[in-house]
Design a protein around this ligand. Sequence first.
Ligand SMILES: *[C@@H]1O[C@H](CO)[C@@H](O)[C@H](O)[C@H]1NC(C)=O
Ligand SMILES: *[C@@H]1O[C@H](CO)[C@@H](O)[C@H](O)[C@H]1NC(C)=O
Ligand SMILES: *[C@@H]1O[C@H](CO)[C@@H](O)[C@H](O)[C@H]1NC(C)=O
Ligand SMILES: *[C@@H]1O[C@H](CO)[C@@H](O)[C@H](O)[C@H]1NC(C)=O
Ligand SMILES: *[C@@H]1O[C@H](CO)[C@@H](O)[C@H](O)[C@H]1NC(C)=O
Ligand SMILES: *[C@@H]1O[C@H](CO)[C@@H](O)[C@H](O)[C@H]1NC(C)=O
Length: 376
Amino acid sequence: MFRLRRTTFRARTLLLLGALLAVVYICSDHKTIHLKEEVKKIGCRTKAVTRHNSTVQSWRKCEKNESAADSKGFRFLSGVIKNFLYYHHCRHFPMLLDVPDKCGGADDSAEVFLLLVIKSSPVNYERRELLRKTWAKERLHNGVWIRRIFISGTMENGLEKERLNKLLELEQREYSDILQWDFDESFFNLTLKQVLFLEWMERNCAQVHFMLNGDDDVFANTDNIVEYLQSLKDNNGSKHLFIGNLITNAKPNRSLGSKYFIPFQLYPSQKYPSYCGGGGFLLSVHTALVIYNMSQSIDLFPIDDVYMGMCLAKAGLAPDLHIGVRTLTFHIPSSKIDQYDPCYYKDMLLVHRFLPRDTYIMWQRVHEPGLKCVKS
Ligand SMILES: *[C@@H]1O[C@H](CO)[C@@H](O)[C@H](O)[C@H]1NC(C)=O
Ligand SMILES: *[C@@H]1O[C@H](CO)[C@@H](O)[C@H](O)[C@H]1NC(C)=O
Ligand SMILES: *[C@@H]1O[C@H](CO)[C@@H](O)[C@H](O)[C@H]1NC(C)=O
Ligand SMILES: *[C@@H]1O[C@H](CO)[C@@H](O)[C@H](O)[C@H]1NC(C)=O
Ligand SMILES: *[C@@H]1O[C@H](CO)[C@@H](O)[C@H](O)[C@H]1NC(C)=O
Ligand SMILES: *[C@@H]1O[C@H](CO)[C@@H](O)[C@H](O)[C@H]1NC(C)=O
């Protein structure tokens, strides 16, 4: 099936020459820099890019819910939680940066096998740069396409906010890989970011097969991920899949000082549903669409990975464990052993918390042709 697809691509390359001319014609009133990029970008697609203008939609600012302050014990809550309660009904924010054709348009989006969806805040420029040239590189692997998107909000105020927005805009001009919405980037707004992404995905990439959803500080062996997903013989993305570092029987944290503190008014139950650690998990497009559907009738919750678990539970679907995803702890057996021995990472799918330089080295090392590892 994959070989067949590759041949199709080759045939389409010829078609493209024609298409390119058309694009050059269509785009001729755009800035040259744009034109060059469009041409480069559609190098593997069949369709000329259609421009939607979701970035300039008019919209009404979502109002603070003052009556949230009337709930019992509100005044004892921290500023962050108060803020969450005031604004968590707000689900629609204008897009500042969009790449509607990331998956090749509605009809072509099945050509993307794996979409990498990476949560990244505007300041993390170095991490994005690094990911673009390592594991998140857009490429054909094992006959199928990998594409990348960073999802982001805004930060700071005034001039600093403008500067950071400009940064993303410049990156977008060069790479076309950023979705940015005009909401405050914060830990408690991560769920909002996920839901906004799912909404975008339903509109623009509903035919891709699988997605990796994760942080910008993980090391993901995307080659292994593709091969693993291809090995699922009975699932091409059209059935349920949600795997990662499975967390079961977790309890909401009720101690006021904790980063994860959740007051009773937000979550009265004593136990969270099962979920996968948000550092990185894999899901089929089928499951992503189900989660999006469920999310429309579940209030936003401050902790984004738990929220995914809530949506799955409501749909009667279970998240599952994959041993190759280590987002909480990854213990190297002995302190005498090099903890960055590439052999530990060669068979992994994803490991949390890597410095950019370590990711860079590791990505090169696991690809060294001469790398010899003893199978454990
Ligand atoms: C694009 O946005 C502008 C300004 O909001 C609007 O006037 C125009 O009709 C929009 N174009 C399309 C194709 O939606
Ligand atoms: C505002 O908060 C109150 C109290 O928590 C709640 O009952 C109401 O549904 C909220 N309104 C909106 C629009 O979310
Ligand atoms: C989430 O973003 C909105 C819009 O910028 C903001 O009003 C709200 O305070 C943010 N919420 C949190 C908990 O940071
Ligand atoms: C995925 O497999 C199903 C059968 O299980 C098939 O109907 C569908 O066309 C396949 N989708 C793609 C995009 O290959
Ligand atoms: C809640 O968070 C505090 C501080 O981070 C931690 O010490 C405590 O063990 C946590 N409790 C639970 C139930 O997770
Ligand atoms: C969710 O899916 C159900 C069943 O397919 C459908 O009837 C419903 O309209 C969907 N809801 C949303 C909000 O998309």
